[in-house]
Design a binder for this molecule. Structure first.
Ligand code: GLN
Ligand code: ZN
Length: 803
């Protein structure tokens, strides 16, 4: 196995050239002058992957059988040790443990409770890597458990499968082991558990269990195990335990809140001698939940997200129970911006007046799992931009600085450096582009739609495009070969010339075009060989975006994403895709789709500015994409696809906020293409099928054609049309799953298309795969597309003879 270096240093003396480092350095050294006094500070949770994704590489090497379990455990232990040490050195009082995970904290809880689905053949005893990773990733004979998004983050958790017959048992001692491990290193930590209420609420009925099964009825069965864990932790010396109950921020019914109250009253007997913290995050806590959580007599502390929870702040001001601790999440766990320390201090001082001096603890708004790890590993990032940022390691220092300031030991130099950075961010010319701001502001309140309705547009387009019924197309990308990645990498590293690069990409496009012609596909794509990522590719060409070298955030398991940072007003200095699209169009007589990423998706997959509302940034991106759409049209591209893969996932957690989000998100999409002629066909693509609840917003996007994921969800999507929703635009529900290497047969695809024809008009149906083909191999793509086209032709013939 490769030697994995684990170095989680907040402060590396070698790189103190940057002012920011000096700032954080200063604070770290402050501790020495002020003595060892530790202030009331807390971190909800910390990234596990390591500053250079050490855990990812160790996991993947273990999975590939290139290294042993011991080697993996060593990397993990080193990471945990360095994180605990870093927080202890920074002066954090309440340091979390058990926020490390080999895969996912919900899966860890499944293991803790012994809730292993029977298909994994677990035979009892302590759950080891075998069973654990089989649940996470599947094994040769059984597929993995389902994974889904953790609230509105891009982190995915493993969904517990529960029912009345599940036998629970205390089957993973990870929490107590990690507590002891930290203790042996001299760090007394707060063990963190996913709370029983959130755990059950996020579960789904196991196979064969009624959909209507009352999940919360299982509280009686899991609480005894939680009690065992609590007793174990107490015996090991823990004086605090943190229960994460983020589900409390959702819209809950009163019977659910009653179950929550009952659960914690039930646990109360085992809480004696312990301080118990209930931690909430990601949004405001609704009034009912606020009442429920603040009324628990056995609970001594409650944590709130005060970054996203401005209304929670009002609730606290309205009354907070005497004698309880308030863990005030003022440092944003979801973003990469440096805290406005002066503003936070004001908030904290106000809170101190309510809860009392010794009951206020400075904290992060959520686990830092959702932000990048350490700015120290960004030597190439522009210095000014860097001074505006704080990754997890820097946020720890901010929390500490705020706690010290509250207790009267304010580090003036640290605060004034922070104030200077805040001021520079406000006034920097690279943030502000007045023309863009004016143009975006002008969009508000007015509507932007194409002049004619979709059916007359489709007629006009058909005259120009002359497509057969059931036209075939693909979603955009073609397989990304090693050779392609090499060409892009070498061009970026300036190892090959621009001419050589363009030549190589052109050859690839030509290959993809010829292949699609051979396959007889109707509307072609250029294959996206010049793109590594559908957001980064555009971000790199837009103003207002910055990119990190190591700003990775865990998405699931060992997978991480590196979101761009939108720091300023967004504009498009030059056309971004016109050269490649028109080059591709020149290679064929068939229509070539221009291929763009939509504004909502660019927004939702980036770290977004926090100094203006999200919709403002979205409108700016929409204007940039609008320019691109119009340039493509001018260059003779008649079909333009604007992907909105992430529109659904930006939906706010609380229902009351849905309408507002959908309104500006859909408006942003329409802005991008409101200026094109009737004869230009606008497509959009979405990678999820769970859109039945937002179908009217999707119709309101007013695209001419939508291609959409459909095959993995038992055609859930079609049920919405079965139930009578009228859809007049073109629609291509995916006819096969591109996430699997399996090659679908012609019959199978034809069968799918026939099912769609039962609910959709013949003249609006398109035939296409579920999503882009970039993760597949040509050996899979060719036969699959061949069968897809054959199926479309077969049905065309049938339909023609039926006339
Ligand atoms: N056009 C993109 C592709 O084909 C869409 C990817 C996506 O929807 N996630 O790869
Ligand atoms: Zn997709």
């Amino acid at each position: 196995m490769k030697l994995l270096m684990v170095a989680v240093n907040t402060v590396k003396p070698a790189s103190i050239s940057v002012r920011l480092h000096v700032m954080y350095m200063h604070s770290a050294s402050y501790r020495h002058r002020s003595g060892k006094k530790i202030m009331a500070s807390h971190i909800v949770g910390y990234p596990r992957m390591g500053p250079k994704r050490e855990l990812k590489f160790a996991l993947e090497s273990f999975w590939d059988k290139k290294s042993s379990a011991e080697e993996l455990e060593k990397v993990a232990a080193d990471l945990r040790a360095s994180i605990w040490k870093q927080m202890a050195d920074a002066g954090i009082k309440y340091i979390p443990s058990n926020t490390f995970s080999y895969y996912d904290q919900v899966l860890d809880t499944i293991a803790l409770l012994g809730a292993v689905p029977p298909r994994y053949n677990w035979s009892g005893g302590e759950i080891g890597f075998d069973t654990y990773f089989s649940m996470a990733r599947g094994n040769a004979s059984v597929p993995a458990m389902e994974m889904t998004k953790w609230f509105d983050t891009n982190y995915h958790f493993i969904v517990p499968e529960l029912g009345p017959d599940v036998k629970f048992s205390y089957a993973s001692h990870k929490a107590v082991n990690e507590y002891k491990e930290a203790k042996a290193l001299g760090v007394d930590t707060v063990p963190v558990l996913v709370g029983p209420f959130t755990f059950l609420s996020l579960s789904k009925p196991a196979k064969g269990v009624e959909k209507t099964f009352n999940k919360l009825s299982l509280l009686d069965k899991i609480l005894p195990i939680y009690k065992e864990v609590i007793a174990d932790l107490k015996a090991a010396g823990a004086s605090w335990i943190q229960f994460d109950e983020p589900i409390l921020v959702m819209d809950l019914e009163s019977h659910q809140l009653q179950a929550f109250t009952k659960a914690y009253s039930e646990l109360e007997s085992s809480f004696s001698g312990l301080n118990v913290l209930i931690e909430t995050y990601f949004a405001d806590v609704p009034e009912g939940a606020f009442k429920a959580v603040t009324s628990l007599s056995g609970v001594s502390a409650i944590g709130f997200d005060l970054v996203r929870g401005a209304k929670t702040l009002d609730l606290i001001k309205g009354g907070f129970p005497a004698g309880k601790y308030l863990f005030a999440g003022v440092v944003d766990g979801r973003n990469i911006w440096a805290n406005d320390l002066a503003a936070s201090l004001t908030t904290l001082q106000a809170l101190e007046g309510i809860v009392g001096k010794d009951k206020l603890v400075v904290s992060t708004s959520s686990s830092l799992l959702h932000t990048a790890v350490d700015l120290v590993n960004e030597p190439k990032l522009d210095k000014e931009i860097k001074s505006w940022l704080a990754f997890a390691a820097q946020k720890v220092v901010e929390v500490d600085a705020l706690a010290k300031a509250l207790s009267g030991a304010k580090d003036e130099a640290f605060f004034s450096a922070n104030a200077a950075a805040q001021a520079s961010r406000k006034s920097s010319p690279r943030v502000t582009n007045e023309a863009v701001q004016k143009a975006a502001a002008a969009l508000r309140g007015s509507d932007h739609r194409r002049a004619t309705n979709v059916s007359s547009r489709l007629d006009a387009q058909q005259k120009k495009l002359n497509l057969p019924i059931l036209p075939t197309t693909t979603i955009g990308s073609f397989p990304q070969t090693l050779e392609l990645r090499r060409v892009r990498r070498e061009y970026k590293a300036k190892k090959i010339s621009e001419d050589d690069y363009v030549k190589a990409i052109k050859e690839e496009i030509n290959k993809v075009v010829k292949l699609q012609e051979e396959l007889d596909i109707d509307v072609l794509v250029h294959g996206e060989p010049e793109r590594n990522d559908m957001v980064e590719y555009f971000g790199e060409q837009l103003s207002g975006f910055a990119f990190t070298a190591n700003g990775w955030v865990q998405s699931y398991g060992s997978r991480c994403v590196k979101p761009p940072i939108i720091y300023g007003d967004v504009s498009r200095p030059n056309p971004m895709t016109v050269f490649w699209s028109s080059t591709a169009q020149s290679m064929t007589k068939r229509p070539m789709k221009g291929m763009l990423t939509g504004p909502v998706t660019i927004l939702n997959w980036s770290f977004v500015r926090n100094d203006q509302p999200r919709f403002e940034t979205c409108y700016q991106i929409a204007l940039a994409i609008k320019d691109e759409v119009e340039d493509l049209e001018k260059a003779g591209i008649n079909v333009i696809q604007i992907d909105e893969a992430a529109l659904r996932e930006g939906l706010p957690l609380r229902k009351a906020e849905h309408a507002f989000y959908l309104d500006w998100a859909v408006h942003s999409f329409r802005i991008t293409n409101c200026g094109v002629q009737d004869t230009t066909q606008i497509h959009t693509h979405m990678c999820y099928s769970n859109f039945n609840d937002i179908i009217h917003s999707i119709i309101d996007m007013d695209a001419d054609v939508i291609t959409i994921e459909n095959s993995r969800s038992d055609e859930k999507l079609l049920s919405v049309f079965r139930e009578g929703v009228k859809y007049g635009a073109g629609i291509g529900p995916g006819v096969y799953d591109i996430h699997s290497p399996r090659i679908p047969s012609t019959e199978e695809i034809a069968d799918r298309v026939n099912k769609m024809l039962a609910v959709l008009d013949t003249n609006i149906l398109w035939v296409n795969p579920d999503c882009g083909l970039k993760t597949r191999k040509y050996a899979e793509v060719k036969p699959a597309l061949q069968n897809m086209v054959a199926a479309a032709k077969q049905i065309r013939t049938q339909l023609a003879s039926a006339k």
